[in-house]
Ligand binder design. Sequence first.
Ligand code: SAH
Ligand code: SF4
Ligand code: F3S
Length: 441
Amino acid sequence: MRKKVFIDTMGCQMNKSDTERMLGMLSCLGYDETKEPKDADLLMINTCSIRQLSEDKAFSELGTWGKWKREGKDIKIVLCGCVAQQKQKEVFHRAPYVDLVIGTHNVYQLPDLIKRIENGETHVCECPEKPYGENDIEIKRVKGVNAWIPITEGCNNFCTYCIVPYTRGRERSRASETIIKEAKDALAQGFKEITLLGQNVDSYGKDFKDREYRLADLLTELNALEGDFWIRFVTSYPTDITDNLIETAVKLDKVCEYFHIPMQSGSSEVLKKMNRRYNREEYAQIATKIRNLVPDVTITSDFIAGFPGETEEQFQETLTAMEELNLDYSNTAAYSPREKTVAAKWIDKFIPEDVKTERLKRLNDKNKECCLKSNKKYVGRELDVLIENFENHKGKNVITGRTRNNKIVHIPYDKDLTGEFVKVKITGAKTWYINGELINK
Ligand code: SAH
Ligand code: SF4
Ligand code: F3S
């Protein structure tokens, strides 16, 4: 009889992509996914440790599962992802009911490890510091329109606030042949959009010793694949975006007009302390160059409020940067000190919680203003939309999707058109999405 697995996935798309790979391997082992933790034989949590809050959430959920186990439920509990890689054996002190801790470098070993805990071993911890390698494994993609494909793993940048280089290791590029094969498989399964993933996609190929092959080359090869589909790539590091990449992206018809380029702070002083390799002016030059070369481009960013030592004036530079650069949308967060990172040691410079919260609120207000302004630009225009969902919104049927430049569009319509490309006339703008009507349907 087949068993059931529940996986809670936290954090970034990289984790979501790992979950798809784990579900693929687990399916070969006889496990089907359930969305209901109470029905599961195997309970897994794929964790994120980017902020303290995400880590706390993981342990709180584990606590609930531990209680079920103490009450006599026959379940296995697995912790994987960035918290696992960071805490390793320490997890068993805090959560002794966990059977397996598996690091970010060896998800490919999952089948063997699961067999070991199925055979009664417990407190198994496999978190090597080095990547285990990669096999051509089964991927059980969450059915949908968009397929995520990691192209690089890890990060070498060591921004002073960030834990990712510690949890994901040094940067390495996946073989282009593997990526192209995964893209072809996804297209054959009916996916309509390929999003290439990496902490810094512009670094793709820098570590290839035997050949000169970079992101622009990969985009060119993917663009040549047959079929009607779109291509995106995230995340870009401001000063690594080359003119060649921008020109290639403009030239290739399937590559969308969308760049996610986290700025982190609008203050050059703060950026220096964050160990980002650019200042405010350099970021502005790159964003402006992209805007000039790519018509209708959307540029999104990430910002941190209350980095250690950030003054009120420096914080205000972040607000003015968001506005002056017309950033279309930004992810925002209050600074959270992370173990092992450089900035976490600057305790005497920490900004009080209430000040951070207040700055985050102002950051979010500015973000809303920028989003609405950006969305209003498109009212009256005709845009291509890839439909991703059919839902009932406040009693009315709507189809929702995204434009090439990543704007979310709501369209009243009674038929499910998920996976279709449609032409839409934009009729209105809200903060987080735009409204439209189908043309020619
Ligand atoms: N590689 C990407 C970002 C990956 S992490 C880049 O270089 O921009 C995603 C976002 O989390 C970061 O952009 C940053 O804004 C935020 N972040 C990372 N560490 C953080 C911390 N300690 N506190 C608050 N936000 C953090
Ligand atoms: Fe973290 Fe910086 Fe690497 Fe992004 S570039 S993952 S923020 S260390
Ligand atoms: Fe992603 Fe969180 Fe790890 S953002 S790389 S899951 S720390």
